[in-house]
Design a protein around this ligand. Structure first.
Ligand code: NOJ
Length: 565
């Protein structure tokens, strides 16, 4: 009898262990996939936290900040490439997909980070560089070794058009011809990015299978998904047709061209379907680096049968100017796709949000406005480390200080991306508490006021504003799943909308102008006739109840309130 009871107990215990952990904060209904209500946070590993004193961030550094991330309200971190790499493009040139670069730690450190992450409710997303490898990846070393090497066709090799003439006119987005002459086998190989980043040949099914297998190798290790790098350039026209030349030159001094033969080819969607098929058995999520020109293009990345990316990033938002009508129109268009949006306002390739949306005078307040907006919209947000403390670009002033190669080849028109990749500002001690050594990339003097430790103490800081909005979006039913309803759609200054659940709704009102504004709402059509809202958050602090007929907003002020039936 006692043995049966013991077995029963063991069975129940095993069952409990087998139940997947649900992040307490993620909220939503049980049928929702976890990523739908999660908050993602991009970490540039070189710059987040250095645990060894070599001036470069690492995995153990990230692990030491999991308490911070959890308290901030982060459910998943996307770590930019941390695989072995010669670091020509700071990790976007991978020389081994199934290991960790010694600069960042070891596979054991990775496993530890993942385990600690799970204990903190923080999942790990890795960055899969699918378009190209490093030129020192063993696959490429083999491929370039001879014309008849079995891996020759893993990359794109071609004869030149004539002596000293590349196969066609394509240019690398990082400058110069997209073709590199290889003296050993007297052929050119193709690289959309640096010559040290040869493009994989996705038309070769063996390559595609190798990449699917790599993704599954990581899923088996517990990775919750991938951010897929540069997906739009996976395929090239097999006939290598020349691209159309457009007027003008780009920042690298090359002619502008339309890239219609080496970017956004329809076959990209087949590869994404394959990656999704590999992800589905593991319940993994695929986030896409999907630079698009319009909403129709963005929609395609979800797949016509929802069989491609669950989270193609809306990167168009990062190109818009801070303006109520501009944002209103864009949000309506993204919601109009009927898909679940993925909102992003900054990343490691673009000027920081604080600088980009700021007007030079009210940047801190505008940073709060942006948070109030993109963290309360219907969809999943991806933050960029440091955005929550108002980190600013620290651009190199002289060419000799530039670390990012595109800044050296394109100087002074293209200054590179070092400015948005500076170390995280943890406190006001030397090197902002990031390292005891010399930081790989200089930290701006503004760290003395914009840092985690000081901002945690200041109730009006950007950080505490982010924390409050994130806490709200994790627990408020209307923010998690409510419909998006645009309000006062002809107001040129104030962006306002409802997130509406069954019996209650959250009203978000953001003054995007430098003048005080008054907003009036009649929500009876939406089923809310009480005429008042209960204040949830605001800048500056507002009374606990507000009349909807007169919401006064200071320049760039925000009001977020709840209305009930
Ligand atoms: C996009 C990445 O975000 C960027 O940092 C990188 O340089 C290119 N892809 C090439 O991998």
């Amino acid at each position: 009898m006692r043995r049966i009871a013991a077995r029963l107990l063991a069975f129940v215990f095993a069952l409990v262990l087998a139940i997947p952990t649900v992040h307490a904060q993620a909220g939503g209904t049980s049928s929702d996939p976890w990523w739908k209500h999660a908050v993602f946070y991009e970490i540039y590993p070189r710059s987040f936290m250095d645990s060894t004193g070599d001036g470069i961030g690492d995995l153990n550094g990230i692990a030491s900040k999991l308490d911070y991330l959890h308290a901030l309200g982060v459910d998943a971190i996307w770590i930019s490439p941390c695989f072995p790499s010669p670091q020509v493009d700071f990790g976007y040139d991978v020389s081994d997909y199934e290991n960790i670069d010694p600069k960042y730690g070891t596979l054991a450190d990775f496993d530890r980070l993942e385990k600690l992450g799970a204990e903190h409710g923080v999942k790990i997303i890795l960055d899969f560089v699918v378009n190209h490898t490093s030129d020192v990846h063993p696959w490429f070393i083999e491929s370039r070794s001879s014309r008849n090497n079995p891996k020759r066709d893993w990359y794109i090799w071609r004869d030149g058009k004539a002596k000293n003439q590349p196969p066609n006119n394509w240019i690398s987005t990082f400058g110069g011809s997209a073709w590199q002459w290889d003296t050993k086998t007297n052929q050119y190989y193709y690289h959309f990015f640096y010559p040290q980043q040869p493009d994989l040949n996705w038309r070769n099914p063996v390559v595609a299978d190798a990449m699917y297998g790599t993704s599954q190798w990581w899923y088996k290790r517990g990775v919750a998904g991938f951010r897929l790098d540069a997906v739009s350039t996976l395929f090239e026209d097999p006939n290598l047709k020349d691209n159309k030349i457009l007027p003008g030159k780009n920042k690298q001094g090359d002619p502008n061209m339309d890239n219609e033969n080496n970017d956004k080819l329809p076959e990209v969607h087949d590869a994404l379907k394959g990656l999704r098929k590999a992800a589905d058995p593991y319940g993994a999520v695929l986030i896409g680096e999907t630079w698009t020109d319009n909403i129709a293009e963005l929609k395609k990345y979800y797949g016509s049968n929802h069989d491609e990316l669950q989270m193609p990033m809306d990167l168009m938002l990062t190109k818009l100017k801070f303006s109520a009508p501009v944002f209103r129109e864009h949000i309506a268009a993204v919601n109009g796709t009927g898909e679940w949006p993925t909102w992003v306002i900054s990343n490691h390739d673009i000027v920081r949000a604080w600088n980009r949306y700021g007007d030079g005078k009210h940047n801190d307040q505008i940073a709060k406005d942006m948070a109030a907006m993109y963290l309360t919209l219907r969809g999943t947000p991806i933050m960029y480390y440091g955005e929550e403390i108002g980190m600013q670009n620290n651009d190199p002033k002289r060419k000799e200080d530039v670390k990012d190669p595109i800044g050296r080849t394109g100087w002074p028109k293209e200054i590179g991306r070092d400015g948005e990749r500076t170390p995280m500002q943890w406190d006001e001690t030397p090197n902002a508490g990031f390292t005891t050594g010399i930081p790989w990339n200089p930290i701006p003097v503004t760290y003395k006021t914009y840092n985690v430790a000081d901002e945690l103490k200041d109730p009006n800081s950007i950080l505490n504003w982010y924390k409050a909005v994130l806490a709200l979006r994790h627990t408020n039913e209307a923010l998690l799943d409510g419909d998006y309803i645009a309000l006062n759609t002809s107001d040129p200054n104030v962006l306002s909308y409802l997130r509406k659940a069954q019996n209650k709704a959250v009203l978000v009102v953001i003054n995007m102008s430098a003048k005080p504004q008054k907003a009036k709402f009649d929500l009876s059509q939406q089923g809310f006739s009480s005429g008042t809202a209960t204040t949830l958050m605001s800048t500056p602090k507002a009374a606990s109840t507000q009349k909807l007929s007169e919401i006064a907003l200071q320049p760039f002020g925000v009001y977020i309130g709840e209305v009930t039936k």
